[in-house]
Design a protein around this ligand. Structure first.
Ligand SMILES: [Zn+2]
Length: 522
């Protein structure tokens, strides 16, 4: 059974009478959401889909933790932004000037990618929720229970609790009304009036009525627990770093029960995602990160969804930007064809194919590998490529060919320039002389055939090629075919591989082709 169905079944068993299954995920907009963070939402997405397919009503929420404090300037942003450290993400200007806040810039960037992937989700902006006063009663409750919270937190720490620290502990972040930073020290809480006295490093001090305040946020592990209770969450995944014995989930779980009388949701830890084919390690602070938007410049949405569906959340995997792109596309294309032909027997893979598609499952695109191997040879001319496919008996619409061509072109030019292959201008004389007499004879036969025939039909051409290098021993015949094709690629492209031979012969102008293959006249 697919992992998402397994989780869905566990949820149904654990909460048999739930009318709506609330599944949650959340990310801080601390910079561009990269493909590692992306697993947070996609894990939830598949569980939601599985619940829906099992006939359950769901609510799929995604929290933007934009009331968190800005703690570090990402490498892609001007260093002057360190002035804003300590303010909430939603209270900082957009460094790119196109949105109203820092948070909104990165939120919209990611929301656009989700929409292009066909993932629909209910966004909750925590700044808005906190500022609206929706949580104020819960903030008061947490402040009144602050010593109990302190004791729970200390159980998971190595430092020794002390009474002074316990008395001064407040499980909140208070943003100063003057400088908007989280610099205030709380000097007193008044239980009767529900007010806080604070003084800030900037020199400002005030008494704040918590019932109407819009500048207080619960600290992370308390915040997480409170929001589970508030939204009645039954499922939420979390990164491996949150999942250890002393990690956030374990702590928040205990706080949820002890302070908010709520049973923590079913939790699935997920592993990190790596990127292959890029030299540096991906991290938000280095600015060296791959966003879902960047991935969608190379991969079709369904191929991305398939990769994530195929691996269990606990399995780490690498997304390739190198030659693996071909491998990943080919694997997906193969499984998709088998699915359509109903010859795909592995249930997990079947369900992964289903999870990868938003609508109908059909083969509408040309093979990525074919497009990527021919496109540079036709100088990225999509119309020419379309003619080649038609001549080869494969019909796709211009839009479909154009889509794959755009992806392939972006990939070749940015990540795999060695795929930017060219047709040889000169004969590879030295290589020709390294061939055996028999191999030279094959070439002569091929040229004779090409000179006297117009091989339009690919079966006809392949038959001819096979007969030229034929041998009674099947094993030898196979080896001969491989050698023969490699020879052709070497002579035409100066490489050991290339597009399927019939496609190659259509791409290369016939005179040029014969010039490169025919050594009898020279
Ligand atoms: Zn201040």
């Amino acid at each position: 059974m697919h992992w998402a169905y397994k989780i869905a079944n566990e949820l149904i068993e654990k909460y048999p009478n739930k009318e709506t299954y609330v599944c949650a995920s959340g990310i801080s907009p601390s910079g561009s959401v990269h493909i590692g963070n992306f697993r947070e939402i996609i894990t939830t997405y598949f569980v939601v889909k599985a619940l829906n397919n099992l006939g359950k009503k769901t609510r799929f929420i995604f929290s933007w933790d934009d009331f968190d404090r800005f703690r570090k300037v990402p490498a892609t942003i001007h260093p002057t932004y360190h002035h804003f450290i300590g303010k909430a993400y939603s209270n900082i200007p957009d460094p790119f000037g196109c949105h109203s806040t820092f948070a909104e810039h990165f939120e919209k960037e990611f929301e656009k990618s989700l929409s292009e992937l066909g993932i629909e989700v209910e966004f909750i902006y925590q700044s808005k929720e906190y500022k609206s006063g929706r949580y104020n009663e819960d903030i008061i409750h947490a402040i009144e229970k602050r010593k109990e919270i302190y004791d729970i937190l200390m159980k998971f720490k190595t430092s020794v609790p002390n009474e002074q620290e316990r008395n001064d502990f407040y499980p909140i972040t208070l943003y100063c009304e003057n400088c908007e930073k989280d610099d205030p020290s709380i000097t007193q809480y008044n239980h009767e009036s529900k007010t806080l006295d604070y003084s800030c490093r900037c020199g400002f001090s005030n008494q704040l009525s918590i019932e109407v305040a819009n500048n207080i946020k619960l600290n992370w592990k308390i915040d997480w627990a409170m929001r589970w209770m508030k939204e009645d969450v039954v499922f939420e995944p979390g990164g491996r770093d949150h999942s250890s014995e002393t990690g956030s989930y374990t702590v928040s779980k205990e706080i949820a029960k002890a302070i908010f009388d709520f049973d923590a949701p079913h939790y699935t830890p997920y592993e990190f995602i790596g990127i292959k084919g890029q030299n540096q390690k991906m991290s938000s602070s280095s600015g060296n990160l791959i966003t879902p938007a960047e991935l969608m410049e190379i991969y079709l949405p369904e191929v991305i969804l398939f990769m994530f569906a195929k691996y269990k959340p606990t399995a780490a995997f690498n997304i390739g930007l190198d030659e693996d792109v071909i491998k990943n596309y080919s694997e997906f294309e193969r499984y998709q064809s088998h699915y359509i032909d109903q010859t795909l027997l592995d249930l997990d893979i079947c369900q992964s194919v289903e999870f990868a598609h938003i609508g109908k499952i059909d083969k509408k695109y040309p093979k990525f590998n074919h497009v990527a191997s021919i496109l540079p040879l036709v100088n990225y001319n999509v119309a020419l490529l379309k003619d080649i496919f038609i001549n080869n008996g494969e019909t796709f619409s211009f839009i479909e060919i154009e889509k794959i061509s755009q992806l392939a072109e972006y990939w070749i030019k940015k990540y795999n320039p060695q795929k930017n292959i060219m047709i040889n201008q000169k004969q590879a004389i030295e290589f020709y002389h390294s061939l055996t007499e028999e191999q030279q004879f094959w070439l002569k036969n091929l040229c004779d055939y090409l000179l006297n025939n117009e091989p339009q039909d690919q079966t006809e051409l392949m038959k001819q090629l096979y007969s030229i290098c034929n041998h009674d021993d099947k094993k030898i015949m196979k080896a001969n075919q491989k050698t023969f094709f490699t020879m052709i690629y070497r002579l035409v492209l100066n490489r050991t591989s290339g597009p399927p031979i019939p496609l190659l012969f259509q791409v290369v102008n016939k005179n040029q082709l014969i010039h490169l293959l025919n050594f009898n006249e020279s």
